[in-house]
Ligand binder design. Structure first.
Ligand code: HEM
Length: 160
């Protein structure tokens, strides 16, 4: 079977997306629900931190892989002009999600989000976990809509 560099990039891109967005789904729908079962704040924070810290590394690597392969595909098909066409909204959506996660994982989290979380979780645990849960649901929802739009769009279909 013949495999060109575009196909390899596309396969790695989807692999990255599966591990990354799949992980976000697991954290949102399972881990953050399980956190509520602990009654003591220290246990909630310790459990969340243990799992999220390990996932953060996976998410950094898979975000990098997804971004590199995504930009490579755009370069390969000379598709930069797609950013000027609204029918390719899923290209914008992919890029926006990637920028959001990259900012969060590589800049905001190490610089101050982590410290903010530890402090807030001690002061207002219920409110803090509710906010984290809400943010995860929003990010997961827009990521899943984007995945559907990207699969349909890159195979010639359109949702809107
Ligand atoms: C820097 C960010 C990104 C860029 C530049 C990018 C670019 C691309 C390109 C060029 C394609 C192939 C389009 C085609 O075949 O014509 C693609 C496919 C795809 N991308 Fe992205 N992408 C990025 C991030 C993401 C993210 C964050 C997600 C998930 C939320 C995602 C999900 C997908 C999916 C599911 C496909 C369809 C694969 C298929 O069915 O063949 N991408 N992307």
């Amino acid at each position: 079977m013949y495999l060109d560099s575009f196909m390899i990039a596309r396969a790695l891109h989807v692999l990255g997306v599966v591990m990354w967005i799949g992980g976000v789904s697991m954290v949102t729908t399972v881990l953050l629900q399980a956190v509520n079962e602990f009654s003591r704040t220290e246990d909630k924070v310790a459990f969340f931190e243990k799992v999220e810290r390990r996932f953060a590394w996976q998410a950094r690597i898979t975000t990098l892989l997804t971004g590199l392969t995504g930009f490579y595909m755009l370069y390969f098909i000379e598709g930069w002009h797609l950013y000027t066409r609204i029918t390719y909204w899923w290209i914008h959506a992919m890029t926006v999600i990637w920028v959001l996660f990259t900012l969060m994982l590589f800049v905001l989290e190490p610089l101050f989000l982590h410290r903010w979380f530890l402090q807030k979780a001690q002061q207002e645990p219920e409110k803090t976990f509710a906010l984290i849960q809400r943010m995860h649901w929003i990010l997961l929802s827009i990521s899943l809509i984007t995945v559907m739009g990207a699969v349909a769009g890159s195979h010639g279909g359109q949702f809107f």
